[in-house]
Design a protein around this ligand. Structure first.
Ligand code: MG
Length: 271
């Protein structure tokens, strides 16, 4: 059987990549990755599936809003890269205090404006900045290629659970508008995807260690903590994954699997 280049079966990643290598590492598999035949996973699995940038586009809308914000600032002292770095720092702080979601994003833009400026934001500028975030809320749901057909096929053989983090109302609304709800047995909207959260979800759904799978695009939120909690994982690369979700992929612990696929529709070959 020919082994497709895009089916990568990871058992090892080099530890502690230098920082400047991390972005490159996210763009393509590391040469130390080796290939094996695509494993065939039997029916009856529980598949936890991420939503944003796994089932539908999300981060690209935030990137557009940020580009509009940086253009609007047109800062004379700070380069676009410096503005972006400040915004990233604001977002980290806001998320810690207020969680994910559009309100937090709006707050981060306003914080960034004030950190980089000498004066508080005017009402006129505040409205302009809020409009960048509002544009995100008005986006139609744009499914990733093959998602609807793939979920329909997977749902005939496996139990599917949506596993997303963020603002509860915003995530539930996107899920409802996606039309994908009939394929899922349950939905989990959590504040943060850490190992403890995965352990709680596994407990809630009667999922023993090493028996379930987490599928998603974020090394930081979908793969590393799921592996730490005892799940197997499928990493689906997305070129527009949010910078705050970047991390080096951990290797799978003994007895667990980590598989990388280059598109959502390829999940039917595995499951
Ligand atoms: Mg995601």
């Amino acid at each position: 059987m020919r082994i497709p280049d895009s089916c990568l079966f990871h058992t090892h990643f080099p530890p502690d990549l230098p920082l400047e290598m991390e972005a490159d590492h996210l763009r393509r598999p590391h040469p130390s990755t080796y290939h094996q035949n695509m494993p065939q996973i039997p029916a009856g699995q529980t598949l936890l599936i991420d939503a944003d940038d796994t089932l539908w586009e999300n981060n690209v809308y935030f990137e557009r809003a940020i580009a509009a914000f940086i253009g609007f600032l047109n800062h004379h002292e700070y380069s676009p890269a410096e503005v972006r770095a400040t915004l990233n720092a604001c977002e980290r702080d806001t998320i810690l205090a207020h969680g994910y979601g559009l309100n937090s994003f709006t707050r981060s833009l306003l914080d960034c404006y004030e950190r980089l400026g000498a004066s508080p934001v005017t009402a006129e500028h505040e409205n302009k900045i809020k409009s960048f975030a509002h544009a995100i809320a008005e986006q139609e749901i744009e499914l990733m290629p093959g998602v609807a057909e793939t979920l329909a096929a997977l749902a005939t053989r496996h139990r599917l659970i949506l596993m997303t983090k963020g603002n509860h109302a915003e995530q539930a609304d996107k899920f409802s508008r996606s039309g994908l709800a009939p394929h899922f047995a349950a939905i989990e909207i959590v504040a943060e995807k850490d190992a403890q959260t995965y352990a709680e979800v596994m407990e809630r759904h009667g999922l023993p260690s090493r028996k379930g799978w987490m599928i998603g695009n974020s090394p930081k939120s979908d793969i590393n903590p799921a592996l730490a909690a005892g799940l197997n994982a499928v990493f689906l690369f997305h070129k527009d994954t949010w910078v705050l979700e970047h991390a080096t992929l951990n290797s799978a612990p003994e007895g667990q699997q980590l598989i990388e696929l280059d598109g959502f529709s390829r999940l039917v070959e595995l499951f």
